[in-house]
Design a protein around this ligand. Structure first.
Ligand code: ADP
Ligand code: MG
Length: 259
């Protein structure tokens, strides 16, 4: 089991000077799906952007496949780390296949068009995410759930070792939420990816993730397997509301209910 990323004592602050993240230690191995939980403003997106190399921490070090992220060029990083957001907006009416092919940009030279291998990788990614039948459709016509599958296919087309998903299920209905989590878990394990998913779908994260990280005000409040992290006392301390935690009667995974 190789380690994909490791963060040591990472601290980051935006212009205002307050620490958005501080003292953060985190490792993700190949084939590991790690959920990032925490209230709005707790630092989830900041953490993902640091791993993606979009933000450079003022403190600590982030290693990707053993090498400091700060040593990577932008194109090198894009071949190793892929990000899927909450929602994607496209100015032009690209086809789903064109969107997935954008994942190949970090592999192309300047003025170089996609070749046969890029097409193969794109098609494989769309098959794996069950959206090949959407290849010719305009990205603008797709439903939220279909679009997220295309965005995950684009991430896979980058052939990354690390995938970051920032609240990928926020705008999806129940069925599509489950579909996205089914998909990311299967891909994590089958392809040996390291995956970080920030989410407010706590019950789903508890059911699907190998490990959870619970953030509060830019610090790790608790981390561990879902059963260790999802307890009433941790939830109440971090989300500042009263909850009860029991087990999903069918799956046994922790379940949070507001009281
Ligand atoms: P989350 O994704 O958990 O909601 P964020 O990582 O977006 O949290 O935000 C963490 C903290 O950093 C918050 O206090 C937020 O206000 C602040 N923050 C986020 N983005 C910026 C920015 N671009 N400029 C200044 N402060 C920011
Ligand atoms: Mg966020």
């Amino acid at each position: 089991m190789g380690r994909v990323i490791s963060l040591r004592q990472v601290g980051f602050s935006y212009d205002d000077g307050a620490w958005a993240l501080t003292g953060l230690d985190l490792d993700v191995d190949r084939g590991e799906l790690v959920g990032v939980l925490g209230p709005n403003g707790s630092g989830k997106s900041t953490l993902l952007k640091i791993v993606d190399g979009l933000l450079a921490p003022q403190e600590g070090v982030v290693r990707l496949n053993g090498r400091p992220v700060s040593d990577y060029s932008r194109a090198e990083l894009a071949r190793e780390v892929a990000m899927v957001g909450q929602e994607s907006h496209f100015r032009f009416s690209f086809s789903a296949l064109e969107v997935v092919l954008m994942g190949r940009f970090p592999y192309l030279g300047r003025f170089q068009f996609e070749g046969e291998r890029d097409m193969e990788v794109a098609r494989d990614a769309m098959e794996a995410t069950h959206c090949l039948y959407l290849a010719r459709r305009s990205i603008h016509e797709l439903s939220g759930g279909e679009k997220q599958r295309v965005m995950i296919a684009r991430a896979l087309a980058q052939e990354p070792s690390m995938v970051l998903l920032d609240e990928p299920t926020s705008f999806l209905d129940l069925r599509f939420k489950k579909e996205v989590f089914d998909l990311i878990r299967a891909l994590t394990h089958e392809r040996g990816l390291g995956v970080l998913v920030a989410t407010h779908d706590i019950d789903l994260a508890a059911a699907y993730c190998d490990r959870l990280v619970l953030l509060k005000s830019g610090r790790i409040h608790t981390t561990g397997i879902p059963e260790e992290v999802i307890t009433a006392s941790h939830m109440e301390a971090v989300y500042e509301c009263t909850v009860s935690v029991d087990r999903n009667p069918k799956t046994g995974s922790p379940r949070v209910t507001l009281v």
